[in-house]
Design a protein around this ligand. Structure first.
Ligand code: MEV
Length: 316
């Protein structure tokens, strides 16, 4: 008989996509970075199944994501072959990752829960296995996830990621930067269902395959240049490529009024580049701001427009 320990704990990192949200779903490379903020899951045996969500979140996020969250939890429990009706537990989610779309909150949640179940059941799953479970959870949120979010949530770091469309192992290489660089994440305060947005991009692509062929080819050139620029610490170049990536995302109808307002405030204050990050049509934006002084200035310009910011570094 399986005996649960008294408590299981696990963590998952948030992430930010520098290049390639949506393109990555179609097998093109993405560059993404974990951020230090994380979600923590704690699981204890209980007399009934209960999920307590104490994560800080933007208004409306938890209501909007309720369906995704239930689907994710079911998928990851089924994958781990765990039955919470037979062995009820109380799961409490907390941590300092401020949840809204674009920050990999669903993957951070799935990774933290997978780690906490592994802990309480004494399964000793390694990072590869945790990543696999987290990917299953992501299917509940994204439908056809690329795997980039769960990979960042599990392993951390700045990564070059290519989804294997054939179903085999994905490519995941760590990118080394000469030194970490400051970024400002600006939140639009709008939550989107990733699954719906990903499906809508697919619909647009099916309706106009020629347009998407050109977008994909422009993006592929850009992301290869971005990798070289990151490895060389060429911030001007990285910034201009982020701007170009944002233009491509706009052509895919993935921006919104609030994101444009944040991006123009950031650029006006001297950000070297700025774009939406993640699902789009809301969620987060990322602005490249090398040096603490520029980071503060850009953060203030965004806050002055009434938006919440997160100041962090990538490449550390
Ligand atoms: C969501 O953070 C990123 C998307 O590209 C979906 C995915 O990669 O699974 C929109």
């Amino acid at each position: 008989m399986i005996v649960l320990s008294d408590v299981g704990k696990g963590e998952g990192f948030g992430k930010i996509i520098l290049f390639g949200e949506h393109f990555v779903v179609y097998g093109l490379p993405a560059i993404a970075s974990a951020i230090g903020d994380k979600t923590i899951a704690e699981i204890v045996p209980s007399d009934k199944y209960e999920l307590v969500d104490d994560r800080p979140a933007t208004e409306g996020y938890k209501v909007k994501k309720q369906g995704e969250m239930e689907r994710s939890m079911k998928l990851l429990l089924d994958f781990m072959k765990l039955d919470v009706d037979e062995k009820p537990v109380k799961i409490t989610l907390s941590g300092n990752l401020f949840c809204t779309s674009g920050i990999g909150a669903s993957a951070a949640m799935a990774t933290s829960v997978a780690r906490a179940f592994s802990d309480i059941y004494g399964l000793n799953l390694n990072d590869e296995q945790i990543n696999r479970v987290s990917y299953e959870g992501e299917k509940g949120s994204v439908g056809t996830p690329s795997g980039v979010d769960n990979t960042c949530a599990t392993f951390g770091g700045l990564i070059w990621f290519i989804k294997n469309l054939g179903g085999g192992d994905n490519t995941m290489d760590l990118i080394g930067m000469p030194k970490p660089v400051e970024v400002v994440l600006g939140s639009t305060g709008i939550s989107q269902e990733t699954k719906e947005v990903v499906a809508d991009v697919r619909r647009q692509k099916d309706e106009d395959p020629e347009k998407y062929e050109k977008l994909f080819s422009d993006y592929e050139t850009l992301v290869n240049e971005a990798k070289t620029a990151l490895e060389g610490g060429d911030f001007e170049k990285i910034g201009s490529l982020m701007d170009k990536n944002h233009e491509l995302l706009k052509e895919m109808n993935l921006s919104c009024k609030e994101a444009e307002e944040i991006i123009s405030a950031a650029k006006g204050a001297g950000a070297l580049g700025a774009k939406i990050s993640g699902t789009g049509r809301g969620g987060y934006t990322i602005s490249l701001t090398p040096g603490k002084e520029l980071q503060e200035k850009v953060a203030k310009a965004i806050e002055d427009k009434g938006y919440r910011v997160m100041k962090t570094t990538i490449g550390s």
